[in-house]
Design a protein around this ligand. Structure first.
Ligand SMILES: Cc1cc2nc3c(=O)[nH]c(=O)nc-3n(C[C@H](O)[C@H](O)[C@H](O)COP(=O)(O)OP(=O)(O)OC[C@H]3O[C@@H](n4cnc5c(N)ncnc54)[C@H](O)[C@@H]3O)c2cc1C
Length: 445
């Protein structure tokens, strides 16, 4: 098959690139390995029906009229009643009790001092060498945080919020990039599912997508045409330009062979940028044994930061708890069986709700994004010695501009406050940018 442009991957980046190409007279097709579109934005409609639950992205970050995905949501939202996640957030100690005001006050103060310390390292010109957040904060942490007790647990809880957001541990995260790329604005929970929204955007545009088509090789040796080999059909695809949107985790594992091999600078950027892990443990109960006005809870623990630290609570009739686990703890859980993980969660729930009789779950779904061969992780993070310059390399074209790169990890910093990475709208923006470049290369008007 021949096309002017082939887009590899039908996640947010691939779909955005295709929509952009529709305004040209170029022929194009998206090749997608899965039997569905959306990639890491995927809504499970079956397990908890009629409730829909996102297994990947669920919030439009920095939402508002400037965010194209929020604009799409507003124009397509017939089935959504607009709402953010409302309700209270509970903050629970390891045994389910509330913290005293005094402990909260003290812990906040210490947390702000640690945060300020990392921030001053980040902005100081002397800090030429990058270090992990763990290294930067160790001394001040040891000095300010008590060895045990509620204040320590609370400080750990506050700190682990950043680890959860970045889907990696402080020992891996770059101190120089602390807070970089976290665009302003609130988070909007897409009630009918972020994956569902992406599907509806694609449907509305009636995009040409070949599902179940795993790309294995991209050959740019011939200057006239690029040859694309797929696993499941003997015929090859030929094109003038290709846009690669497969996840950073797949690029790290070299799931596609490039001929000629990728230049060293590209390979190094792929190797250096971090691929984080965030998993969702979604559990449905026959009854709502928690206060149904509670929208989420955070939990402090004794042993180590960031275990079952955060759960979203969907009220009746859904009766669903969604735990978000990240970093090394998420990796540890991925290798356990479902039964072992559910046992851990039930033990945990019985510990924090000791006065309740908690029934066994009726349905559950546990994601394993690190073992998914079409993502190998959840989303990118700045590891030590990486930064926006690494994203610029990840996004930079190869093969004389015939190969364009997009995806959540390849959204170039445009110098505005709107810039972001590692999220659905960064993927979308990167796809638009790649397609615009091809339009400027191949179209005269
Ligand atoms: C648990 C979790 C929670 C998240 N929460 C949020 C959130 O609340 N808000 C937010 O904005 N972001 C969130 N994210 C991140 C967000 O989901 C991603 O940044 C975004 O969806 C990435 O889009 P993409 O197009 O770059 O990649 P993908 O969506 O991964 O698309 C790439 C596509 O390429 C396909 N592919 C891979 N290899 C091949 C191949 N060889 N041949 C053909 N096709 C291939 C894949 O199947 C996939 O469909 C979350 C992610 C996870 C996992």
């Amino acid at each position: 098959m021949n096309a002017d442009v082939i887009i590899v991957g039908a996640g947010a980046a691939g779909i955005a690139a295709a929509i952009e190409l529709q305004s040209t007279n170029l022929t194009f097709v998206i090749l997608e390995a899965r039997d569905r579109i959306g990639g890491r934005a995927y809504t499970d409609r079956e397990t908890f029906a009629p409730t829909r639950v996102d297994l990947g992205a669920s919030w439009i970050h920095s939402y508002g009229p400037q965010n194209i995905l929020y604009s799409f949501h507003q124009s397509l939202k017939s089935e959504d009643t607009e709402r953010r996640m409302r309700g209270t957030e509970l903050c629970l100690d390891y045994d389910g009790k509330r913290f005293s005001h005094e402990a909260i006050f003290q812990a906040r103060d210490i947390y702000l001092q640690i945060d300020e310390h990392i921030e001053s390292y980040r902005s100081s010109k002397e800090a030429k060498e990058d270090q992990s957040i763990q290294q930067i904060m160790q001394a001040i942490y040891d000095r300010l945080v008590p060895n045990s007790g509620p204040v320590k647990r609370l400080v750990d809880l506050y700190l682990s919020g950043s680890e959860q957001y970045d889907a990696a541990d402080f020992a891996q995260l770059s101190g120089k990039q602390w807070g970089v790329g976290a665009a302003d604005g609130g988070d909007f929970w897409v009630p009918s599912g972020y994956g569902n929204l992406i599907e509806r955007i694609a449907e509305k545009h009636n995009l040409p997508i070949e599902l179940n088509t795993l790309v294995t090789r991209i050959d740019t040796t011939d200057p006239e045409r690029i040859e694309i080999t797929t696993l499941n059909n003997s015929s090859k695809f030929y094109c003038r330009r290709v846009i690669i949107t497969i996840p950073l985790g797949c690029l790290k594992r070299e799931t596609i062979t490039f001929q000629p091999p990728l230049p060293d600078w590209k390979r190094q950027a792929i190797d250096q940028m971090g691929m984080g892990l965030m998993n969702k443990l979604i559990i449905q109960f026959p009854v709502c044994f928690w206060n149904e006005k509670v929208a989420s809870f955070v939990h402090a623990c004794n042993e180590r930061r960031g275990r079952f630290r955060f759960a979203l609570c969907l009220p009746p009739p859904a009766n669903i708890l969604i735990f978000l686990v990240a970093g090394s703890f998420a990796h540890e859980l991925e290798v356990l069986s479902d039964t072992e993980t559910i046992e851990q969660i039930m033990k945990f729930l019985r510990q924090i709700f000791p006065e309740k009789t908690i029934p066994d779950p009726i349905h559950y779904r546990l994601t394993r994004w690190a073992h998914d061969p079409l993502s190998y992780g959840s989303y990118s993070y700045f590891s030590v010695n990486t930064g926006p310059h690494t994203i610029e390399l990840l996004a930079r074209e190869t093969s004389d501009g015939r190969v364009q790169w997009a995806g959540e990890h390849a959204n170039i910093d445009d110098g505005t406050h709107q810039w972001s990475y590692a999220c659905v709208h960064s993927a979308f923006q990167s796809g638009q940018r790649a397609a615009k470049t091809i339009r400027s290369q191949l179209c005269t008007t």
